[in-house]
Write a protein that binds this ligand. Structure first.
Ligand code: LHQ
Length: 262
């Protein structure tokens, strides 16, 4: 049977490739579980120092597989809240809580929960031809997979509401202009550029990068006082890491630091 998520580990980069290209990598149960297993591995496997998430074929991810619950078949209405609680929400939380960088390479259309999955990642690169669509309004749903949270925080209410209510596609370059993603790159360059970035981060001071992620995420809800305290605590941890000692030693010896991630 074809694997719904292709997994490789090279030089500390765990690449997870959504792999249902004929369905634009929309999520069925199997792909949900496979993606979650990949992120769980990133949590537990010290050899993983960065994650790269991308899609195979011409799309990144078209959200939930709508064929899975065909209303024409009749029966009671599905409990979509249960689907979120069981599948999407645990994965979103795992990505946000992972103390390692998660890079997303959006290789093509990202629709519905597929778009919002990308926005949950730490650094998002997208092919210039890629577009982001809050497709939910077209099928009577609300944005999920953290979309209302990300869009409102990153874009503010006016743009978040317009994107969500119109389901108008947002092209990659505009998404970058609006600060929703890190950058839009030429289609042919996407994978190489995203892999190079992931490799660079995987060779970085993983503990410090993880703490940096934690700090920036906490800033949205912390007061300045709380954030200053948290920075103190995180810097204390970072200052005790082997990578800090190596970084300063390498600087003094005028050589490139060799971080081990601890
Ligand atoms: C698909 C899908 C798809 C199945 C393309 N399903 N086959 C959470 C809780 C529980 C349930 C509900 O959902 C959620 C969260 C969500 O994500 S809701 C939002 C679900 N996603 C959408 O509404 C997007 C649906 N797809 C589209 O609007 C279009 O396919 C886009 C705009 C993504 C791409 O358009 P095109 O480039 O024109 O491609 P296409 O439409 O021709 O799609 C290619 C194939 O992929 C096609 O199959 P076929 O056999 O005809 O070649 C589509 O049926 C299939 N596909 N999305 N979500």
């Amino acid at each position: 049977m074809t694997e719904t998520v292709l997994t490789t580990l090279v030089d500390g980069v765990l690449t997870l490739t959504l792999n249902r290209p004929e369905k634009l990598n929309s999520f069925n149960e199997e792909m949900h579980l496979a993606l979650r297993a990949g992120i769980e591995r990133a949590h537990s496997d010290a050899a993983v120092r960065a994650v790269l998430l991308t899609g195979s074929g011409r799309g990144f991810c078209a959200g939930q597989d709508l064929g899975d619950r065909d209303p024409r078949k009749g029966g009671p209405a599905p409990d979509l809240g249960h689907t979120l609680e069981t599948f999407y929400n645990p994965t979103l939380r795992l990505i946000r809580n992972l103390q390692k960088p998660v890079i997303c390479a959006v290789n093509g259309v990202a629709a519905g929960a597929g778009a919002n999955l990308a926005f949950a990642c730490d650094i998002v690169l997208a092919a210039k031809s890629a577009k982001f669509i809050q497709a939910f309004a077209k099928i009577g749903l609300v944005p999920d997979a953290g979309g209302t949270w990300s869009l409102a925080r990153i874009l503010g209410e006016p743009r978040a509401k317009a994107l969500a209510m119109t389901a108008e596609p947002l092209m990659a370059e505009k998404a970058a202009d609006w600060g929703l993603i890190w950058k839009a790159v030429e289609d042919e360059a996407l994978l190489a550029e995203a892999t190079a970035l992931a490799s660079q981060l995987a060779a970085g001071p993983t503990l410090g990068l993880g703490l940096t992620k934690q700090l920036i995420q906490a800033a949205a809800t912390n007061s300045l006082d709380e954030q200053l305290d948290l920075e103190r605590d995180c810097q204390r941890k970072a200052g005790r890491s082997r990578d800090y000692a190596e970084g300063v030693t390498a600087f003094l010896e005028k050589r490139k630091a060799e971080f081990i991630g601890e």
